[in-house]
Design a protein around this ligand. Structure first.
Ligand code: NAD
Length: 281
């Protein structure tokens, strides 16, 4: 779709998809945006091959939006509107819709891109399942202690015993990884972080005990040594496997891109806002 703008020059309408969670406030914001874009020649509402996906809800909704459009990562940019407090993947609050529309109208295609995780699950029969994670992927054994060999680029790092392991992206480092005692990574660092979930450490069993940050060139492989039911999470999805052989993690060749609007908040501001709050002087 090409439109003539006020300067008389041809301007391609921005193809916009709006996705929202089911909450009343999110639906209200989505309706408002639909109404604005329907009447505005600078925008073209579409679910197919959008230039920009607007996610309305919280970080969880942005995770869902990412998975809805993960096949379009080469061309799509995301922008998050939070209907609660400001989140890690959301740049706008629900009362800033007019500002969002203005910023999109003056958009020049600038983006902020961050690494994501490639997850390769191999089953005993050789079947391979390839997935992508924006926050993290974890592997756990619920009914008994998980025993698994951990390799980093073919070096056997340890035989892990405990509840499980999590591998997070830099942007996911502030999520589950943080609760596991992992470090916060600046979101553009091309690395993934392996964190332990309740490891067993005593005179007999030994794990590193700290999380490790692995560069893009390396691969993390987790291979359970015992048969059992393994639970693998990828962001907000969970799967169970009886016949798991191994899980491999790498930094993906693709990245997630966000619209670099003036409201794309600094990472350190988000960190202090989310975890520290206002300090008494
Ligand atoms: P959700 O939407 O309830 O999210 C859970 C919380 O995690 C929310 O407060 C959300 O704002 C926050 N969050 C999500 N991504 C974040 C990020 N990158 N940085 C900082 N905070 C972030 O639940 P959901 O939709 O199922 O979301 C799944 C995510 O929840 C997972 O990817 C995982 O990171 C997180 N999670 C955390 C824990 C924990 O901290 N113990 C446990 C399970 C899941």
């Amino acid at each position: 779709m090409t439109q003539t703008n006020t300067t008389g020059k041809n301007k391609k309408a921005m193809r916009v998809a709006i996705v929202s969670n089911g909450k009343k406030q999110s639906r209200r914001v989505a309706s408002k945006l639909f109404a604005i874009f329907k009447e505005d020649k600078d925008f073209y509402l579409t679910k197919k091959d959008p230039d920009v996906v607007i996610s309305i809800g919280g970080d969880g909704m942005l995770l869902s939006a990412f998975h809805m459009y993960e096949r379009n990562l080469d061309t799509v940019r995301f922008v998050g509107v939070h209907t609660g407090h400001l989140g890690f993947y959301t740049d706008y609050r629900d009362f800033e819709i007019d500002k969002l529309v203005d910023n999109l109208r003056s958009d020049k295609g600038d983006k902020a891109s961050y690494p994501i995780l490639k997850v390769k699950i191999t089953l005993d029969d050789g079947k391979v399942i390839n997935l992508r994670a924006l926050n993290e992927s974890s592997i756990k054994r619920i009914e008994k202690t998980m025993v698994a060999d951990v390799r980093v680029s073919d070096v056997i790092l340890e035989r892990f015993r405990g509840d499980g392991l999590s591998v997070s992206t830099p942007t996911g480092s502030t999520a589950y990884n943080k609760s596991l005692g992992g470090a916060l990574l600046y979101p553009t660092i091309e690395a993934m972080q392996l964190a332990e979930i309740s490891s067993l450490n005593n005179r007999v069993y030994r794990t590193l005990g700290s999380s490790i940050v692995v560069p893009k060139k390396d691969k993390i492989e987790i291979k359970p040594t015992r048969q059992g039911i393994y639970t693998i999470s990828v962001d907000n999805k969970t799967m169970h496997y009886k016949n798991l052989s191994k899980v491999e993690y790498r930094i993906d060749s693709k990245k997630i891109s966000f619209v670099a609007t003036p409201s794309h908040t600094s990472f350190w501001e988000r960190v202090t806002d989310a975890f520290i709050g206002d300090l008494d002087s």
